[in-house]
Design a protein around this ligand. Sequence first.
Ligand code: G4P
Length: 511
Amino acid sequence: MSNRRTFAIISHPDAGKTTLTEKLLLQGGAIHLAGEVKARGAARRARSDWMKIEQQRGISVTSSVMTFERAFDDLGSVTFNLLDTPGHEDFSEDTYRTLTAVDSAVMVIDAAKGIEPQTRKLFEVCRLRSVPIITFVNKVDREGRPVFELLDEIADMLALDVSPQMYPVGMGGEFAGILDFASGEVVVPEGPSREYHGKRVADFDLPEEIAENVELAQIGYPEFDLEAYRNGDLTPVYFGSALKNFGVTELIEAIARYAPPPRPQPAGEEQVTPDHDEVTGFIFKVQANMDPNHRDRIAFMRQVSGTFKRGMKLTPSGLGKPIAIHSPILFFAQDREIADTAEAGDIIGIPNHGTLRVGDTLSEKDKVRFTGLPNFAPEILRRVQLKDPTKTKQLRKALDDLSEEGVIQVFYPEIGANHIVGVVGQLQLDVLISRLSAEYKVEAALEASPFATARWIKGDDKALAEFESFNRANLARDRDGDLVFMAKSPWDVNYQVEKNPELTFSATKER
Ligand code: G4P
């Protein structure tokens, strides 16, 4: 079995994702000091203008990739690839797409808050793809909600079987440790209060009331079932405190033991498995270089199969001719390192000048085309108003670039000259305006558009032509030239769907 575990953390802002990430990396031996994740983040953010938005809002717009390793007596060395998903409330397609590149997820829940809106949204995306989920109930060192209430809420709100693997012995002021069902031992706090580590105690005297609850937690909920977990039907639940470094070891161990190794990726009717004999992968994210003077980009490729070696030639599906990958990047938390080899499940950063686009397949033989990497129908549509009309060309170039990166989607109406941009969250619009100005010297404003959402239309030529002739004012082309119906309301979409049974109206577009 592959020793790669490629996963993401999903959570609502403030649940403790950053803190947990730090502790995972720390325990995995990838960084030496807690706090570095944030510090490095802040230093990095200071570099580019548009990233000021991140600072102002105290959030991270861009995702990154962190790799760490850990050795286990029976499993040997396991490599973890942690893909960071932006946790802010206005989330972008970036977040969705990152989830297409992982094999599993850790869902972090604040013990005092339970399931929050963002957790739920991200969970739904995971469910769409049957991504298995391990739950970590965080902040048990603080006053939280009763354990059973939390477990039942996860089960009810997410329609998921929950299988507790631990029980917190008290919370908040009463917090005395965490009973780990697997070992029967209680991990108790030890050391100075803010950074104490756990010590395992075998003969810990459980208070009677807690002992009863522990029994209930074990018999009242489904037993852990690997298959049900891997199918996305059951979630094992761990408790802990990221801040106090509690329950983190158990969580890492659970990811190593249970989380699936790299899975097959759909390519049309076929599935490409990790042991397929050629190197294949797909681009799930493109990030512009932090330096606005250089238009370099890094495309993030999730490797699906084969053993990648530096200098190898791969053909991007969008290009049709091979490119040599001389300076691939593996993203270690400590530093970027030049990768010599990479395996299925790994993420490789490929520097390029715009040749690689989100959704592209890369392969040695140029025969595979991965599917299932959707564009999502935008929920906010705006007209772009240029302040200086002589800059039309620059604007078009910028919009093309930024849509390539997945920052926005761009639509060119069949009638009228104003470009329309579509996003899933408001934040993407702020990023757009800021980057247009900082990187492309294009001053633009956004104004309301009459449209509320968009649907990609498919059908046979005759049906399409007929639809076009009646609805030209509501039609646009996306960046690939594909036809899109711009709808004024969800009602408008339903109406057209009913009226045109020979056409399909799709809220996602697979590339
Ligand atoms: P996020 O990335 O999910 O948004 O959350 P983050 O880790 O930044 O944590 C949000 C706040 O919750 C932080 O406090 C953090 O210290 C705190 N926190 C995280 N894990 C735990 C935990 O296990 N127990 C307790 N008690 N608190 C936890 P802050 O005051 O907003 O930030 P900071 O000043 O501590 O950095």
